[in-house]
Design a binder for this molecule. Structure first.
Ligand code: XMP
Length: 513
């Protein structure tokens, strides 16, 4: 197992992922594990330091999250943040109380102990972000106050001899101006970790790991043209060359010209000849008469697996299947709150059915989406591939309200192409996170020339987002929307109305189904 220099125990703070991001941005590799990770598993990762995250609970609550207490006896440097601070205080015999006033927002950190390694190069009076209800009221033995703020007499405390530090504020959030430096100080000056981690070293390490794992066997990899699967395929190709069996399934639900674009991009830019399987008929047959969105997704997911399985049986020696599972997928499923409620069944997460006997290879499991993009660039993938908007596995099927028919697919492809063209030519493509059209299957009356029309409606959906988990509708100039609308109505036979979706997520989702 790979060594993990810093382990972050997650107590359910909305900011936990940011701790990992700040450290990685500073060249320090770390992983987040649930708060109750066993001590054996933590030891097996051979960490040099442990961070206890914040969390919404109170350490005195009946259902408070507590880690395996043995982590306090490992003798490793430790940093507690907010709830993590309160756990440290409680464990070592101090007192935590509910503060008279909850403290949210900016505060000035006054440094009491300027010699403390955690404050190396941190400015006295630096702005930090507070967000807490409870606070430390009495320090444990052998701990000193090393920093304070107007409202927090114990904004930072430490047992320097044991290298245990605790902060009332959140260094990981952007509002804590020198917070990233503070986290780096913990890693570098307290845990003794050098900042050597970067995408280049990650790629090399992964390639070596894949070679070891695969040996002389073959790996099946589904490619969609999206960033994640493209990066996975490229990484595998670097590692094992022709032992990679890269499959591109045309499920008949791709955008106009997409199949040719993806094939050409792989051939010319990566040197991989994709094995394209035209399964259009099979998918569209199965989708006939299906209206319910969840049923569409299930059918598409199952059909994918069948197509894959059939193709796999044609190649001797395939023992592995590669997937582009990301860190966020993994974290979501192990978070302290447990797996979140199923809003939509994303068919590409959740593993394989029992009857499939492939071993999984998931080389992106430890990294974030924007890190995947960096990795792609590192591997030499072209910018236009890296910057592509996400496209869902079930494809256009979930952008047609109601039954998927050849005519609806045509309306969607033609309108989507116009929208993409206009977005690109107006310089807005890279400003939005995702943009597409939806066929609503709502007919309305219009007038074109002197004639009455009674035709279908297309909705334009454009969102701004960081990770797709939340999103706001994009504030696109009206002139661009106007051109999109005019062109769609003029050029797409069967559409006489275009609407713009002004719903954010939540309460909406990005896709319509
Ligand atoms: P929602 O609609 O859930 O979408 O707000 C969030 C992001 O996920 C994409 N999406 C999918 N991607 N398989 C995928 O690979 C799916 O089943 C799926 N459903 C939604 C969606 O395009 C958006 O980027």
């Amino acid at each position: 197992m790979k060594d993990v220099p810093i382990i972050v125990l997650d107590f359910g703070s909305q900011y936990t992922q940011l701790i990992a991001r700040r450290l990685r941005e500073n060249g320090v590799y770390c992983e987040i594990v649930p708060y109750n990770e066993s001590i054996e598993s933590i030891k097996a990762k051979n960490p040099k330091g442990i961070i206890l995250s914040g969390g919404p609970a109170s350490v005195y609550a009946d259902d408070a999250y507590h880690p395996d207490e043995a982590i306090f006896e490992l003798g490793l440097p430790m940093l507690g943040i907010c709830y993590g601070m309160q756990l440290i205080t409680q464990h070592f015999g101090g007192v935590v109380i509910a503060a008279d006033q909850h403290e949210y927002g900016k505060a000035k950190l006054m440094i009491e102990n300027k010699e403390s390694a955690i404050f190396k190069d941190i400015t006295d009076g630096s702005v930090v972000w507070m967000s807490h209800g409870d606070r430390v009221d009495m320090l444990p033995d052998d701990f000193d106050m090393i920093g304070y703020s107007d409202n927090s007499p114990y904004a930072a405390i430490a047992n320097e001899a044991k290298k245990i530090y605790a902060l009332q504020f959140h260094p990981e959030v952007q509002h804590s101006v020198e917070g990233a430096k503070l986290l780096k100080n913990f890693a570098k000056h307290i845990c003794g970790i050098e900042s050597t981690w970067n995408m280049g070293s990650f790629a090399k390490e992964k390639i070596e790991q894949i070679r070891q794992q695969v040996g002389d066997k073959k790996v099946l990899c589904g490619v969609s043209g999206g960033v994640d699967s493209s990066v996975v395929a490229t990484l595998l190709y670097e590692a094992i060359g022709d032992q990679l069996v890269p499959i591109f399934v045309d499920q008949g639900l791709l955008r106009a010209g997409e199949r040719e674009q993806v094939e050409a991009m792989f051939k010319q830019r990566v040197g991989i000849d994709l094995i394209t399987i035209d399964a259009t008929e099979e998918f569209l047959d199965k989708l006939k008469g299906i209206i319910d969105p969840e049923q569409k997704r299930k059918i598409i997911g199952e059909t994918f697996i069948r197509v894959f399985d059939r193709e796999a049986s044609k190649h001797e020696g395939i023992e592995f299947l590669a997937q582009g599972t990301l860190y966020t997928d993994v974290i979501e499923s192990v978070s302290v709150k447990g797996p979140s409620k199923t809003i939509k069944s994303h068919h590409n997460v959740g593993g394989l059915p029992d009857w499939m006997t492939f071993e999984l290879i998931e080389p992106l499991r430890e990294i974030f989406k924007d890190e995947v993009r960096k990795l792609g660039l590192e591997l030499g993938l072209p910018k236009e591939m890296i910057g592509r908007h996400p496209f869902p596995g079930p494809g256009l099927a979930i952008r047609i309200m109601g039954e998927v028919t050849p005519n609806e697919l045509r309306l969607l492809r033609e309108s989507d192409t116009i929208m993409q063209e206009e977005l690109k030519s107006s310089g807005n493509y890279d400003k939005v996170w995702q943009a597409f059209t939806v066929v609503l299957n709502v007919k309305s009356v219009g007038v074109m020339g002197d004639n009455r029309t009674y035709d279908n409606t297309v909705c334009v959906r454009m969102v701004e987002s960081v990770d797709g988990m939340t999103a706001t509708f994009a504030h696109i100039p009206h002139a661009v929307l106007e051109r999109i609308s005019t062109r769609i109505i003029n050029e797409v036979d069967g559409i006489n109305r275009v609407v713009y979706d002004i719903t954010s997520k939540p309460p909406g989702t990005i896709e319509w189904e």
